[in-house]
Design a protein around this ligand. Structure first.
Ligand SMILES: NC(=O)c1ccc[n+]([C@@H]2O[C@H](COP(=O)([O-])OP(=O)(O)OC[C@H]3O[C@@H](n4cnc5c(N)ncnc54)[C@H](OP(=O)(O)O)[C@@H]3O)[C@@H](O)[C@H]2O)c1
Length: 409
């Protein structure tokens, strides 16, 4: 497409919380900061289930144009003919109903992780996208990082021989700001007795909001297990893992510490994903604790440095390296014209734009089938740990008037 003008995508933002703001600021950075010239993004509408004023405040915070529509309901957003694609940024509890609302209205969707609360819901979303011939992607932004693409290429090219095992961990303590993937972590602090101090209504621990370490954080540890052991499997021999897991529960009933073994016996590989809210992957905030992800092959290993959800460096340790380690830095660019915004979420937005431009309904970085298999793993883990969420958020029956769509929940 060299020489052509960039393909422009018009975005609608559904919900006005922490990650919606981070994502939208990324959207509004100049693509040139990341050497992108084939696509660009426009913010055209924002919706808050709380009020139109809240949406308008959001538009101000992200320095949006005066033409950006600020709606006081999700229904109005999905009815806006000017919106090409909706970014769903509500808590996971809401993803199924909100994404279905968008798809039913004929909108393409980028939906935050975790995709849904159950695998049945994930399958229904994929079926609906197929039926409506729409683009749909789970927003596992890490997969679109140039670093992740490079690591997948290294694995596929045999740079560390045959890969046999991956360790992935995403553990954070609520005092560890570096490892905080959510804006609301400042709500809590660790008590001296070791208990967690989130309000029980906080989305990290509330069952009503599908809280718990697994769906919020563990998904990143799992995504590295999947990127390195499943994504790279040949299509003809794709093998979903056997799953063994253990969960320690928080007082609300949500999982606070969770460990998962994914076994792929036909490929002789195994992945171990751990997550939790009590101790940190990076306890001193100085990245001295070693790799967050270790991908181990017959000829060496690739280590992805903390944080696993937003990595900026990896290293390759070859069997015959004689103590020499190759460290590769992959910095995330920022936009000096836009208050130095730039978090790394623009790469997934670019991926959506290219898919829309090319008529693709799903991204090869995060294919539908893989989102469904990962949701299946998480579903099994939650069942093995007896974590039960309320029927309102686990139903796979779409209801446009669900309180999850109308803002009464
Ligand atoms: N990719 C990442 O790095 C990353 C980081 C953090 C979070 N996330 C994901 O993004 C999603 C949102 O996380 P967040 O940290 O942005 O959450 P948040 O700050 O609590 O924002 C969630 C937004 O959802 C809307 N909402 C509707 N009903 C709600 C309810 N009953 N309770 C709370 N909020 C409700 C609200 O917006 P309105 O009032 O405007 O409708 C609220 O501001 C989660 O699925 C999370 O896993 C991803």
């Amino acid at each position: 497409m060299a020489g052509d003008s960039p393909y422009t995508v018009k975005w609608g933002i559904l919900a006005t919380g922490g990650i919606a703001e981070t994502f939208t600021k990324d959207l509004l950075t100049n693509p040139a900061i990341r050497d992108v010239s084939d696509v660009k993004h426009e913010l055209v509408a924002v919706a808050s289930s709380s009020s139109a004023d809240r949406a308008a405040d959001f538009v101000k915070r992200v320095d949006g144009l005066s033409s950006v529509k600020a709606y006081g309901s999700y229904a109005e957003l999905v009815a806006d003919p000017n919106v090409d694609i909706v970014y769903v940024a509500t808590p996971h509890s809401h993803h199924f109903q909100n994404t279905m609302l968008c798809l039913e209205a004929g909108k393409n969707v980028l939906c935050e992780k975790a995709f849904t609360v159950t695998v049945a819901q994930a399958k229904k979303l994929v079926d609906k996208a197929k039926e409506k011939n729409l683009f749909l992607m789970e927003a596992v932004w890490t997969r679109c990082f140039p670093l992740s693409i490079k690591v997948r290429e290294l694995i596929s090219s045999g740079a560390i021989g045959t890969v046999y095992r991956t360790f992935g961990k995403l553990v954070f303590s609520i005092t560890d700001t570096l490892a905080c993937p959510a804006a609301d972590l400042s709500f809590g602090k660790a008590n001296p007795d070791g208990s967690l101090d989130f309000p029980d209504t906080n989305r990290m621990v509330s069952l009503d909001l599908a809280g718990g370490a697994l769906l919020d954080l563990g998904i990143y540890a799992l995504t590295w297990v999947f990127q390195s052991l499943y994504h790279v499997q040949p299509e003809a021999s794709k093998e979903a893992p056997k799953v063994v897991s253990a969960i320690n529960k928080y007082k609300t009933g949500a999982d606070e510490q969770t460990s998962i073994i994914c076994q792929f016996p036909q490929h002789a590989t195994m992945g171990i994903a751990t997550t939790g809210m009590r101790v940190a992957t990076d306890p001193d905030g100085q990245k001295t604790a070693g790799a967050a992800i270790r991908i181990q092959g017959s000829e060496g290993e690739i280590q992805v440095l903390h944080p696993a959800y937003r990595p900026t460096a990896y290293r390759v340790i070859k069997k015959d390296s004689d103590g020499k380690v190759e460290v590769v830095d992959c910095p995330i660019p920022t936009d000096p014209q836009r208050n130095n915004w730039g978090h790394g979420m623009f790469w997934e937005a670019d991926e959506c734009a290219r898919c829309l431009r090319d008529g693709k309904k799903q991204s090869a970085f995060m294919p539908w089938e893989e989102s469904v298999v990962i949701m299946d793993v998480m579903d099994q883990v939650l069942q093995q740990g007896s974590v039960t969420y309320p029927a309102l958020i686990t139903t796979d029956v779409y209801d446009a008037k669900s309180p999850l769509n109308t803002g009464n929940q």
